[in-house]
Design a protein around this ligand. Structure first.
Ligand code: ADP
Length: 188
């Protein structure tokens, strides 16, 4: 299973990615997690990424694309993979096409998890209290949501045009959303 997960910040991508990775026995690759690990490890990549993440902007494409290309080159992806948080703009989607073509594989589906602005803002502010993620402040959340609408929404249209977009409502409890996703992917 080669799957891309798209959804606004707070839609539950990370949570569902972990469950889907288990269901399909494939690694979940989260660009946000890789960036956060680099920030924590104070690597050069982390220092560069943090400038953008802390204000809710996208990390420059050349940095992100190179990082994903490197990850997709590892030899643990024969059974597939689940990409969480990439591609996040149309340029990255084109870049991903090139990487996959080089690897001789194709995406099976692109899953969009939907959730309204009010709901995701509430969830993110709640997560801020529980986890203290630095980009979960009200201003930065607003910016991340803007970036999502402007840059990432066109990516769903790109894959919809290709006939591989699966849209699932992300409202409801976590188990229900997982069942909904698995059913929608099964029904393709
Ligand atoms: P969320 O979807 O909740 O915003 P993520 O963990 O997916 O959280 O991403 C956190 C931040 O990491 C983003 O706001 C952005 O700065 C950076 N980031 C993650 N993925 C990408 C990407 N594909 N391109 C550019 N920046 C990214």
């Amino acid at each position: 299973m080669r799957l891309v997960l798209i959804g606004p910040p707070g839609a539950g991508k990370g949570t569902q990615a972990a469950r889907l990775a288990e269901a399909y026995s494939v690694p979940a690759i989260s660009t946000g997690d890789i960036f956060r690990a680099n920030v924590k490890g104070e690597t050069a990549l982390g220092k560069r990424a943090q400038e953008y993440m802390s204000v809710g902007a996208l990390v420059p494409d050349e940095v992100t694309n190179a990082m994903v290309k490197d990850r997709l080159g590892h030899d643990d992806l024969d059974a597939g993979f689940l990409l969480d948080g990439y591609p996040r703009n149309p340029e990255q989607a084109v870049e991903l096409d090139g990487m996959l073509a080089e690897l001789g594989v194709a995406l099976d589906a692109v899953l969009e998890i939907t959730a309204g602005t009010e709901e995701v803002t509430k969830r993110l502010l709640n997560r801020a209290r529980l986890e203290g993620r630095v980009d979960d402040t009200e201003d930065v959340i607003r910016k991340r949501l803007e970036v999502y609408v402007e840059s990432t929404t066109p990516v769903t249209a790109f894959y919809d045009g290709r006939g591989i977009l699966v849209r699932v409502d992300g409202i409801g409890d976590v188990d229900h959303v997982t069942s909904r996703i698995l059913a929608a992917l099964d029904a393709r």
